[in-house]
Design a protein around this ligand. Structure first.
Ligand code: GLN
Length: 483
């Protein structure tokens, strides 16, 4: 049994018809992990005993005639910055190399309550800071199609695990593109929900006003199903929204749902500017033609401040990171430097030895932006720009139902290609960071291949809490591209 032949719908049909058991599915996932993980390094923990027990529970339920829960028997991988009680949650950092989670993140608990089988924890860029997975303290993740390329980041382990058939779905976290960009690089679907849609309780914080947990899956329908399970208010996260969670799957079934007549798809010229790889531009423009063929109208809109988004993001995200990471001081939990004699040395050496170079760079940048004398010039200014960016989206959505952009300016790049130049690495986040600043949801889905056969991702953006639109448009496109 090969998980690459399945999506959740197909798996559920097979489970229901007793063509396979949840235990068989789980063993297939574990076998693929055993075979491919040594080279890919996508998973930091593998949880065979736990997973087989969950699968056995599912088989017992089904034998007793219980109905399928939404994620019954689905092998899932969790990004290793999300807590799962009794297992390691490392954030791919030496700082938390031995940290055992004492509680489970709300989003993860909801997946388990829906019947998911958690097979492992995924590698990532340290504390989710990066765009290539080369910042992991436990080694980079390799692209499933080409070992010399990166899978994207920071949820690179999650995307690679789904693309390699180690699981059917994974969770990621997205502060500036960390779900969507690796989804694009690996040829899977990735969703960053509206800020506040999914609880952040149990997600190790990076940029608290930007972070969201979301799904990586093989199909748009699977992403819709998984988000429905994870989303919703949580009393443990004051920023989680009370908005009701719609049935995202409701409009993703019949042929009528592929009809986009009356839809207005916004295209912003600024999203097709310098630095965009010609193969990516071609694939996205062809997808726009497909949208037209499905009945939608293309509307030209403008995002005039897109050019400020990267600078804005790298001030706000680093400022928030510097505050969030202050808790790692060698005292309460995490790495503690040995053989120190003063409190100052304890703090300084624990952080010096526990954090990797990119995390230190972010803490330095963020602390600077927040420091007295520079706060007004950097942090306060960045907050004002953030408001203007949000208004750009408000204005664009007066003219269209969803926006379409490339997810990333290039397909997956080579390992080492951008590591010497952090600015080059940061620039690859141009299309994704803006959504986190504005708080709006976005989805990446595959829309073609480069000349070298590498996947290309297209991003669909919707107004806040209108994920349903994004799923509907994405599902229609996915359907059309499969014809
Ligand atoms: N690549 C971006 C960064 O390095 C986004 C990371 C993320 O979304 N967690 O900050």
């Amino acid at each position: 049994m090969n998980l690459l032949d399945f999506d959740i719908d197909r798996l559920h049909t097979a489970l229901q018809a007793r063509h396979c058991s949840a235990a068989e599915v789980c063993r297939a996932a574990l076998a693929t992990i055993e075979q491919r993980n040594p080279a890919l390094n996508a998973l930091l923990s593998i949880l065979p005993d736990r997973a087989l027990k969950q699968a056995a529970d599912t088989d017992a339920r089904l034998a007793a005639g219980a109905p399928l829960r939404p994620l019954e028997g689905v092998p899932i991988v969790i990004k290793d910055n999300q807590c799962l009680a009794g297992t390691r949650t490392t954030c791919a950092s030496q700082m938390l190399a031995n940290y055992m989670a004492t509680y489970t993140a709300t989003a993860v608990a909801r997946l388990e309550a829906a019947g998911a089988v958690i097979v492992g924890k995924a590698n990532l860029d340290e504390f989710a800071m990066g765009s290539s997975n080369e910042n992991s303290a436990f080694g980079p993740v390799r692209h499933p199609l080409d070992p010399n390329r990166v899978p994207g980041g920071s949820s690179g382990g999650s995307a690679a695990a789904v693309a390699a058939g180690m699981c059917l779905a994974a969770t990621g976290s997205d502060t500036g593109g960390s779900i969507r960009q690796p989804a694009a690089f690996c040829g899977v679907v990735g969703v960053k929900p509206t800020y506040g849609r999914v609880s952040r309780y149990g997600l190790v914080a990076f940029g608290s006003s930007l972070d969201q947990i979301g799904p990586l899956t093989r199909t748009v329908r699977d992403a819709a199903r998984m988000l429905r399970v994870m989303a919703g208010y949580d009393e443990h996260d004051a920023t989680s929204s009370l908005h009701a969670v719609p049935d995202y799957l409701a409009e993703l079934s019949g042929d009528a749902d592929t009809d986009l007549r009356g839809w207005r798809i916004g295209v912003a010229q600024e999203a097709f500017g310098a630095g965009l790889d010609p193969a990516v531009e071609l694939a996205v423009r062809q997808a726009l033609k497909t949208f037209e063929a499905l009945g939608a109208t293309l509307v030209e809109v403008s995002l005039p401040r897109l050019g400020y988004a990267i600078a804005d993001y790298y001030i706000i995200a680093t400022a928030e990171a510097s505050a969030n990471l202050a808790r790692f001081d060698g005292v309460r939990y995490g790495y503690r430097a040995p053989d120190v004699t003063t409190v100052h040395d304890l703090y300084a050496l624990s952080r010096e030895q526990g954090f990797g170079p990119e995390v230190k760079r972010r803490i330095l940048l963020g602390t600077y932006a927040l420091s007295s004398g520079y706060y007004d010039a950097y942090y306060l200014k960045a907050q004002k720009v953030r408001t203007l960016l949000r208004r750009d989206f408000d204005r664009a959505f007066e003219q269209c139902d969803v926006l379409v952009t490339p997810t990333a300016p290039t397909p997956a790049f080579k390992l080492g290609e951008k590591t010497d130049d952090p600015l080059q690495m940061y620039l690859s986040d141009i299309y994704t960071v803006t959504l986190n600043l504005a708080g709006v949801p976005g989805m990446s889905l595959p829309c073609g291949k480069s000349g070298e056969g590498l996947p290309i991702g297209l991003q669909i953006v919707a107004p806040a809490f209108e994920e349903s639109r994004m799923f509907r448009a994405g599902w229609a496109l996915e359907h059309a591209l499969l014809q």
